[in-house]
Write a protein that binds this ligand. Structure first.
Ligand code: NAP
Length: 277
């Protein structure tokens, strides 16, 4: 791996979305979160992922404002929480998210889970209205099963551009990746480091050693080479940089085969309201 820090142009973009972004779940201390976001943007990241439920939209917005990067160059995504998916609540809480983030619009608004108050017609109808009003540029879903994804595509006049789901070498989502490909929706991998568990996988450690890279970088390179966007959460500058440098790692076909042969150990994020439960 080259020791040089990749530039913005080294990060591939899929349907306007930079394929490596910064996750922020549990980066809840406002000062730390603001600094992580600003550090990432100044390093070259141009995609930041937050959610109403993370309690950090204000800090994310301050991080974007503090960085020496123009707002229009940042792809900002947030998510409507499962208690807010009734028509009026989608409209009202999106306005609140925009205020907290300090922006006029977000680049991508996700339905966080197809759960609790989710009603396909009402929820997607409200998001379509917000799109038409210029408050959200794109519409995405998260944690949607194949049938729910197809139904959402059918109902929404505005295209569904992404399905954000858990995906990493220990939970590879081969079938859902195929479904997303077939319907023309980007798969965005959350928990792309298996919440830290990829660091201990022998196959990833071996491949990492051969590239003078880290297991985290190997996981992120594997996702990128599958056409999957990844949003690793990192708090420290060292982790933010380590993940960004995954853009300099390219795996061989043989290494990709070895990763695909790893025994999968299942989901790390599995709440009772998950649609598969
Ligand atoms: N849509 C959804 O339902 C959903 C669910 C889960 C997550 N997400 C999104 O996906 C993002 C990422 O997922 P995640 O936060 O669950 O887990 P993750 O990104 O797989 O892992 C994060 C953990 O790995 C550590 N880490 C990061 N980079 C590292 C590196 N290079 N070397 C060693 N350790 C490293 C982080 O530590 P430090 O923090 O100390 O750097 C943190 O403990 C979230 O933050 C959120 O934005 C969405």
């Amino acid at each position: 791996m080259s020791g040089d820090t990749p530039t913005v142009d080294d990060c591939p973009v899929s349907n306007d979305m930079p394929m490596l972004g910064l996750g922020t779940w549990e980066n809840a201390d406002p000062a730390t979160c603001q600094e992580s976001v600003a550090t990432a943007l100044e390093m070259g990241y141009r995609h930041v992922d937050t959610a109403q439920a993370y309690g950090n939209e204000q800090a994310v917005g301050k991080g974007i404002a503090a960085a020496d990067v123009d707002r229009e160059d940042v792809f900002l995504a947030t998510k409507v929480w499962i208690d807010n998916l009734a028509y009026d609540d989608v409209i009202e809480t999106t306005e609140t998210s925009l205020q907290r983030l300090g922006v006029d619009s977000v680049d991508l608004m996700y339905v966080h889970w197809p759960s609790r108050t989710y009603d396909p017609e009402a929820t997607l109808g409200a998001l379509n209205e917000l799109h038409d009003d210029g408050k959200i540029d794109r519409l995405g879903v998260s944690n949607f099963e194949p049938d729910q994804l197809r139904e959402a595509i059918e109902i929404s006049d505005v295209p569904i551009v992404a399905n954000q789901v858990e995906c990493h070498p220990l939970f590879q989502q081969a079938e859902l990746r195929e479904v997303c490909d077939a319907v023309g929706v980007d798969l965005v991998a959350y928990s792309p480091l298996a919440r830290g568990d990829v660091l201990d996988v022998p196959e990833l450690r071996e491949i990492a050693g051969d590239h003078d890279a880290s297991p985290a970088q190997v996981s992120l390179a594997w996702l990128r080479q599958q056409g999957v966007t990844a949003i690793p959460k990192a708090t420290s500058e060292a982790h933010i940089r380590d993940n960004w440098q995954s853009l300099s790692v390219t795996l061989s076909d043989n290494e990709i085969d070895r990763i695909e042969a790893i025994d999968e150990t299942g989901r790390r994020v599995d709440p009772g309201f998950g649609p598969w439960n």
